[in-house]
Design a binder for this molecule. Structure first.
Ligand code: MG
Length: 208
């Protein structure tokens, strides 16, 4: 917690971060076209890939839980796989950062979608974000961070000076703190939005 407060303080006072990318003074950093990227959407697949490209985005750091698949492996975000494949064809790079501790799930999705991953990523701390950007060989202004949680994905994006897009959280059993604070950090999944079922037992065979 103290580390996070220190990082937030540094960010607020426009000091540089402790990664290769922090050499760029944050006070001078502004993505000239970042305003053209939406700040929130219902689902990943509703993000306009052409709009990302026009905004200079070349890479996406992607959350997994409740963004692509629900934490309880019951639901999938509609069309997300097709969206990712189309974005790849258009030259967008991807990296998964998940705070999830069930590594087999992250490994499955990383392998299935052919996206490198780090788990647990300890978001919103900057280290994993910086490593992902270094892996993709991209700078903060070329990367957008997409996830469902303000206190991990969106705060992390802010700390490393990336654009961010918050998606609505796929329905999942709320943890105790989400019952109290969930409305402040997550966007409820719209009732009129499609949901795809996911039969996880068919996929995670060897790990259950
Ligand atoms: Mg999430």
């Amino acid at each position: 917690m103290l580390n996070l407060l220190t990082i937030v303080f540094k960010r607020l006072t426009t000091l540089n971060f402790q990664c290769a990318l922090r050499r760029q003074p944050t006070s001078k950093y502004k993505s000239p076209k970042s305003s053209s990227i939406p700040t929130n959407v219902d689902i990943l697949a509703s993000i306009d890939i052409h709009q990302l490209k026009l905004a200079g985005i070349r890479g996406v750091i992607l959350d997994l839980d409740n963004t692509i698949v629900s934490e309880d492996d019951r639901y999938l975000s509609p069309y997300s796989e097709a969206w990712i494949r189309q974005a790849k064809e258009m030259g967008i790079k991807f990296f998964f950062l998940s705070n999830g501790k069930r590594r087999y799930r992250v490994e499955y999705w990383s392998s299935y979608l052919d996206i490198p991953a780090t788990s647990p990523a300890k978001k919103p701390f900057p280290n994993a974000f910086c490593k992902a950007m270094r892996y993709m060989k991209l700078t903060p202004k070329e990367v957008v961070i997409v996830g469902d949680s303000r206190h991990t994905d969106i705060l992390g994006a802010w700390l490393v000076c990336c654009s961010s897009i918050q998606v609505a959280s796929l329905p999942h059993p709320p943890r105790w703190w989400e019952r109290v604070l969930g409305k402040y950090v997550q966007i409820p999944y719209p009732l009129n939005q499609k949901l795809w079922d996911f039969q996880s037992s068919n996929y995670y065979h060897s790990n259950y």
